[in-house]
Design a protein around this ligand. Sequence first.
Ligand code: SF4
Ligand code: SF4
Length: 97
Amino acid sequence: MTGYCPFQVLTAREVRCELGKGSFSPKDSEEPWACAGCSIPRVLANRPCIYLEPVKHFALRGKSITFFRCTMFGVVIDEPFRLCPQCVGNEPAPRAH
Ligand code: SF4
Ligand code: SF4
């Protein structure tokens, strides 16, 4: 994980992903399939379009799926940093204060 994730909740025993409804140990959170390999914090930190929604699914332990959904055009996007900057519908989220 690169930086702050608004979906991550830390407790004394576990790391919880509110987006994917998954919980894992602090050690597992450092694995590529968990927070350490998750592109969502990086994308959200970059003022994404207000129509971009991140999606995270934890299927089996040790596996996850991450993608983004455009609610404006109803499409799924793997790499929003390639497509969204060229899109006429791009409306960046307000700057955080
Ligand atoms: S898996 Fe991704 S979205 Fe979920 S808490 Fe970790 S960094 Fe955030
Ligand atoms: S920039 Fe365009 S493709 Fe990307 S989320 Fe916004 S409307 Fe959808």
